[in-house]
Design a binder for this molecule. Structure first.
Ligand SMILES: Cc1cc2nc3c(=O)[nH]c(=O)nc-3n(C[C@H](O)[C@H](O)[C@H](O)COP(=O)(O)OP(=O)(O)OC[C@H]3O[C@@H](n4cnc5c(N)ncnc54)[C@H](O)[C@@H]3O)c2cc1C
Length: 496
């Protein structure tokens, strides 16, 4: 057991001793005089961004922006962290600094300007595929000129990433104890994690740490024993099998978006609109599924994609459908001695289509919120429909999120009512009343609740956008296709 740990700050080793296990990175940076005392910690207002060097799935170096106020310092042990000043000193010839002078009017608030520079730096080193369509939305400010911000992102998109920087490699084991005898472990195998769990009943798995509510305080909530899954390779797999993808629970949402956003456009769409880049860079799949914040934007689309969850304990493993995993109201399916190991997503292969006698499959996801990003959703929905050659519905999934705190909802009866009907607006309209009543009952929505309108409207939108499906291994997603997609839709309507 050690009472010290190290990380690298701005290219120099930073040795820390005796720090409480719940200290956030921001707190430690302030104590070191690296950040002004007034920087705000409110993540919903953009937070305080710093850069962490990481490695993508191909082993290439990437810089990931993270919110210093939300990251437990110990989880960065052995990693490399950069502030804006540090980056500017280390990379003085980076074109970003000259660009900032050209666009000096876009943001006058010093902390938010630094946040913007961090996001631009991160963006400039991503591959074209990783950049995504709404990265600029990760910048949150009430004082910025957003037209200028978008122009800056457009200029940066022309740049090439840093080829001389290496990835960061594996994270080493960590066993740390603070002065109050609270401990932080980062084991490298699941067996070690369970051993530690057995030794301390109150041990708490701490993945991205995004769920910790700390109401503006700088220190994160305390636990006697924190267990970080970040160094466990088995929880970080992302493997493609013939029939499905296996997605490790400790993977960040960014890593999932980078690899699977193309094969599952409906999942990619949810992830692109999931909070901001810095939140996605730390929040994990396991954390999202076990979150008790009631925000489960991912759950509806995972239900529509027929995801299964693998739970493991020392006694063995069990596979559950996501619906079973969420269980009944007030029921906790995840036992105290279990953790989420992975989620598997079936692939839309020719064979899967043959087994289900299915000709085409449609799937899409929707989020209704006051803002495009960084805003709690009023309602989320994901739909999947499988059709035979005559475009008759063989199977449908209608999933909704954010209507109930504890779990997403499946409108099973309304979906079953669609079975056998030809997929068109008429068929959808015929089930809307049942859908509305079923969801209102499941979610306990009152007659006047505005969200009831969305329950029906989103299904109609799905049908309108997807009158025809795609064959095996592709989902049609108009949002991703952009203008080209809208043109295609016009052609589809014209030809009908
Ligand atoms: C600023 C901000 C914006 C957000 N925006 C959104 C949003 O747009 N949409 C949305 O849906 N959510 C949002 N959230 C919620 C948040 O992203 C999720 O709750 C997040 O996925 C939690 O993941 P984590 O890895 O940080 O989990 P942690 O906070 O580390 O853990 C959450 C819970 O899961 C448990 N846990 C973690 N991993 C495992 C595992 N493998 N097995 C068993 N238990 C485990 C932990 O013990 C803890 O109880 C937001 C949160 C913040 C702070």
């Amino acid at each position: 057991m050690q009472s010290w740990f190290t990380l690298e700050l701005n290219g120099s080793p930073w040795r820390l001793r005796g720090l409480a296990v719940n200290t956030s990175l921001l707190h430690a940076l302030k104590q070191r005089g690296q950040m002004g005392a007034l920087v705000r910690t409110d993540g919903d207002q953009g937070g305080v961004l710093v850069m962490m060097r990481d490695e993508d799935r191909q082993g290439r170096a990437v810089f990931r922006s993270i919110d210093a106020g939300r990251v437990p310092l110990l989880s960065l042990s052995g990693r490399e962290v950069w502030t804006r000043e540090g980056l500017q000193k280390a990379f003085p010839h980076h074109p970003l600094w000259a660009l900032t002078e050209d666009y000096s009017y876009v943001e006058t608030h010093p902390v938010r300007l630094d946040n913007l520079l961090m996001l631009l730096f991160e963006y400039s080193h991503l591959s074209e595929q990783q950049r995504g369509s709404c990265f600029a939305d990760s910048f949150i400010s009430r004082t910025a000129d957003y037209v200028g911000v978008r122009k800056m992102f457009a200029e940066v998109s022309e740049w090439q990433g840093l080829s001389e920087v290496e990835g960061c490699g594996d994270l080493a084991d960590l066993q740390y104890v603070d002065e109050q005898k609270n401990r932080f472990f980062r084991p490298s195998t699941i067996v070690d994690l369970f051993e530690l769990k057995r030794q301390s009943q109150s041990a708490k798995v701490l993945a991205g740490g995004m769920d910790w509510q700390y109401g503006g305080q700088i220190e994160l909530p305390m636990a006697e024993v924190f267990l970080s899954p970040e160094g466990i390779g088995e929880l970080r797999v992302l493997t493609r099998e013939e029939s499905h993808w296996e997605i490790g629970a400790a993977l960040s949402l960014t890593e999932i978006l980078d690899t699977l956003g193309g094969e599952y456009p409906s999942l990619g769409k949810v992830l692109q609109h999931y909070s901001t880049g810095p939140v996605r860079n730390r929040a994990t799949l396991g954390g999202q599924l076990s979150s008790d914040l009631g925000r489960t934007d991912l759950a509806p689309v995972l239900l529509a994609l027929d995801a299964r969850v693998r739970l493991v304990s020392e006694g063995g493993a069990r596979d559950l459908t996501l619906d079973r995993f969420y269980g009944k109201e007030g029921e906790r399916t995840l036992r105290a001695n279990e953790i989420i190991k992975s989620v598997s997503l079936p692939r839309n292969t020719e064979q899967m289509f043959r087994v289900r006698d299915c000709d085409t499959r449609l799937c899409d996801s929707y989020k209704v919120a006051a803002r495009r990003v960084a805003c709690q959703s009023m309602i989320t929905a994901a739909f999947a429909v499988e059709l035979d050659e005559q475009r008759r519905v063989l199977r449908a999934v209608f999933a909704y999120g954010s209507l109930k705190k504890s779990r997403p909802l499946l409108a099973v009866k309304a979906a079953a009512a669609l079975k056998g009907r030809v997929w068109d607006q008429q068929a959808v309209v015929a089930v809307l009343r049942d859908l509305d009543e079923e969801v209102a009952l499941l979610a306990g929505l009152e007659a006047k609740d505005d969200r009831r309108v969305w329950v029906s409207t989103l299904l109609q939108k799905f049908c309108h956008q997807h009158p025809q499906g795609q064959k095996a291994n592709a989902e049609l997603d108009l949002d991703q296709l952009g203008d080209e997609g809208e043109d295609k839709m016009d052609q589809v309507f014209a030809s009908e």
